[in-house]
Design a protein around this ligand. Structure first.
Ligand SMILES: *Cc1c(COP(=O)(O)O)cnc(C)c1O
Length: 213
């Protein structure tokens, strides 16, 4: 399929962005072999997780995280892709149940400066990574970003390339990181060509968003 083609032999993980998609649509995708799902709203995700309890799925929190939702994320998710401030780290750490493996964490970077309210400044990556490395219940896996949509493919490519460079310089400090999550329905092929190891795709998989449930 299109991901495999753009990846040209590299391993790229597909996270199905299932916000505002009904449980039945998620179930259909699992029957096609999909295991990783990304959700933006904790309440919505918890309800879906209950309905899909019979399946062994991997849940990624990809939306902005409020501090009062850290406990639920630490308890119920496998990945947090949107860690963007230090304050969240102790909240997550104290709520991760000891019988679970460490929560996989991506630092979300705001690469497009303007509008976007989520994501840390690039200068914050290294200090955040150092804090995560001091914990035992959080495992830093890499970076995530949601670049502002641009009609110009060259500008998008340049943004993805900048993220890749940030990822490589973080990896020089933290050699265990392995995940660069960038690219959505509109631009995942471009992102993969620029080094994404994980893409988050919603509408291209599910069709237009409906209301959940
Ligand atoms: C909704 C969403 C996606 C998927 O967007 P599509 O354009 O539907 O593929 C990816 N990442 C995040 C963080 C999202 O909120």
């Amino acid at each position: 399929m299109r991901i495999a083609q753009a990846a040209a032999g590299r391993q790229v993980t597909l996270v199905a962005a299932s916000k505002a998609q009904p449980v039945a649509a998620i179930r259909d995708l699992t029957e096609a072999g999909q295991r990783c799902f990304g959700e933006n709203y904790v309440q919505e995700a918890l309800a879906k997780q209950r309905d899909l309890d019979d399946l062994s799925l991997e849940w990624h929190m990809i939306g902005p995280l409020q501090s009062n939702k850290c406990e639920a994320v630490a308890r119920r998710f496998d990945w947090l892709q949107s860690l963007d401030r230090e304050k969240l780290i102790p909240l997550l750490e104290r709520s991760r149940p000891p019988h679970l493996p460490p929560l996989n964490v991506l630092i979300e970077v705001n690469v497009s400066h303007e509008a976007s309210k989520s994501g840390c400044a690039p200068e914050q990556i290294a200090p955040l990574a150092a804090k995560i490395a001091q914990t035992s219940c959080l495992r830093l896996r890499g970076l995530m970003a949601i670049p502002a949509p641009s009609p110009d493919p060259a500008a998008r490519r340049a943004t993805f390339a900048r993220l890749r460079a940030m990822f490589e310089s973080l990896r020089a400090q933290q050699p265990d990181i392995d995940t660069l999550s960038m690219g959505m329905s509109e631009d995942f092929e471009l992102a993969i060509e620029e080094g994404a190891t994980m893409v988050r795709v919603g509408t291209a998989l599910f069709g237009p968003r409906k209301r959940a449930r």
